[in-house]
Design a protein around this ligand. Structure first.
Ligand SMILES: *Cc1c(COP(=O)(O)O)cnc(C)c1O
Length: 456
């Protein structure tokens, strides 16, 4: 019954021979070898060589309730015996999917009462693109097709997701974006604010949306899509003026607002959703990641009444869906994850204890000679590494300081991610104050070692 065991060297050899990894330079990986992660508990990982690593990224922004929760394994096991799979096409449903849709509607903003299930965040954004266009067709305005996204936004890696996102290297590798998707600048004040104050820059960045609507023609614009706080782009927290101005513009032109909650959803900001943190009224919210705390793959789109009522009341089949939409085992795990988040008051813990503590501790790192800015919201944080704090001048080749720091972190038993020269973190929501101390102390030590190796 059990699989044969392999040594780390054997696993690395098999990996190199057979496994094409996501977002990876395989030539480079081949020379460095993979790190095999074997097990995890709470906020810690263990690799196959026995090294214990504090997971400052919650996997990939997803393990919100932490590792090793038996209840989720039990929920999956039970559901697999009861009903491992059935589809939600052809007038069918299964109990966990129905209950999960209702439970999500309860925590979502009041005007959002429906959920369309998918298998991932990328799929959710494919659904968004289809649904937005379906909505305007039903409204008798088929010219409204263009979706406006943001440069350096991230909405996944499928053709639609990568097109809605604004990652230049992704666009270069596949003739993206596809037609009907355009982008405006990001609200990244530290990197791009120039001489403007943070507030001025926030307004400027938001008003790029209005300019783009006028340029494309109001009658052609379907929606605007954005993350509440950009995650993969470098934990970019928009200036306080940004979202209120975006709301004004979206209202004025009556375009749909899509708020990508794949990272911010399920407690990351200290509210259930980033939209609640910024007081937004989205029409669609793609979700995934924290939805199941990553224990099984699942995503969805939370649909506001404006779009849901149109789709339901106008009728007609929406020719879209996935084999695994509303997968019963993933839904059972999602339900159990939500029960734990609620009963253990984890979102309240983030808001009242963990987030204020983490933010105050990382703010202390601003005195470090490598750190140009510290920013964050909830349990998201970022440190900008610069050569010169006063002028914001970077190290010569972009990403060298970040990559070096990231590698030093791993050697010191900490996972952080580098986006260019921005070090980012997104630990499990259940991280305890003593573990936050360990996280921040390790970061400081790693910054020292990075500075030393850079010779500053
Ligand atoms: C991760 C992410 C996605 C894509 O989710 P996948 O499950 O990797 O397809 C989409 N949007 C945002 C904001 C993300 O962070």
């Amino acid at each position: 019954m059990s699989q044969p065991t392999h040594t780390t060297a054997e696993l690395r050899a098999l990996d190199h021979a057979h496994y094409l990894h996501p977002f990876t330079d395989h030539k480079d990986l081949g020379s460095r070898g993979t790190r095999i992660i074997e097990r995890a508990e709470g906020v810690y990982l263990w690799d196959s060589e026995g090294q214990k690593i504090l997971d400052g990224m919650a996997g990939l922004w997803c393990v919100n309730i932490g590792y090793g929760r038996r209840e989720l394994a039990d929920a999956a096991y039970k559901q697999m015996l009861e009903l491992p799979y059935y589809n939600s096409f052809f007038q069918c449903a299964n109990p966990p999917a129905v209950k999960l849709a209702a439970a999500i509607a309860e925590i979502a903003p009041a005007h959002m009462n429906h959920v369309f299930f998918t298998g991932s965040g990328s799929e959710s954004n494919d659904t968004v693109l289809r649904m937005v266009r379906r909505y305007w067709d039903l409204k008798g305005k088929p010219t409204r097709k263009t979706v406006i996204g943001r440069i350096n936004g991230y909405h996944g890696s499928t053709v639609a997701g990568a097109s809605l996102g604004g990652m230049a290297p992704m666009h270069e590798q596949g003739d993206l974006p596809i037609p009907g998707i355009v982008h405006i600048p990001q609200p990244y004040w530290y990197g791009e604010g120039g001489d403007m104050s943070e507030e001025e820059f926030g307004l400027w960045a938001a008003r790029q949306l209005e300019e783009k609507i006028q340029q494309v023609g109001e009658e052609n614009v379907a929606a605007f899509i954005a993350e509440p706080i950009q995650g993969a782009g470098g934990v970019i927290v928009p200036p306080s003026t940004y979202w209120p101005e975006i709301k004004r513009i979206v209202d004025k032109y009556q375009i749909l607002l899509v708020v990508d909650e794949v990272i911010c959803g399920f407690g990351r900001t200290g509210e259930w959703f980033g939209s609640q943190y910024y007081d937004l009224k989205p029409d669609l919210m793609p979700i995934a990641k924290g939805m199941t705390s990553g224990y099984l793959p699942m995503g969805g789109v939370i649909v506001g009444d404006r779009v849901a009522r149109t789709m339901i009341d106008e009728g007609g089949e929406f020719f879209h869906g996935y084999t695994y939409s509303g997968h019963p085992v993933a839904a059972a795990v999602g339900l159990e994850n939500l029960r734990i988040l609620r009963e253990e008051k984890i979102v309240e813990y983030v808001k009242q204890e963990a987030a204020p503590y983490l933010q105050s501790k990382i703010a202390e790192l601003a005195d470090h000679r490598l750190v140009g800015e510290v920013r964050g919201v909830g349990l998201l944080g970022a440190l900008e590494l610069v050569k010169n704090k006063a002028t914001r001048v970077r190290f010569v080749e972009k990403g060298t300081a970040g990559t070096l720091c990231r590698d030093i972190c791993v050697r010191n038993g900490l996972v952080m991610r580098a986006v260019g020269d921005t070090m980012i973190m997104s630990p499990p929501l259940v991280i305890r104050p003593s573990e936050i101390d360990e996280l921040v102390n390790t970061i400081r030590q790693c910054l020292d070692q990075t500075a030393e190796q850079l010779g500053v």
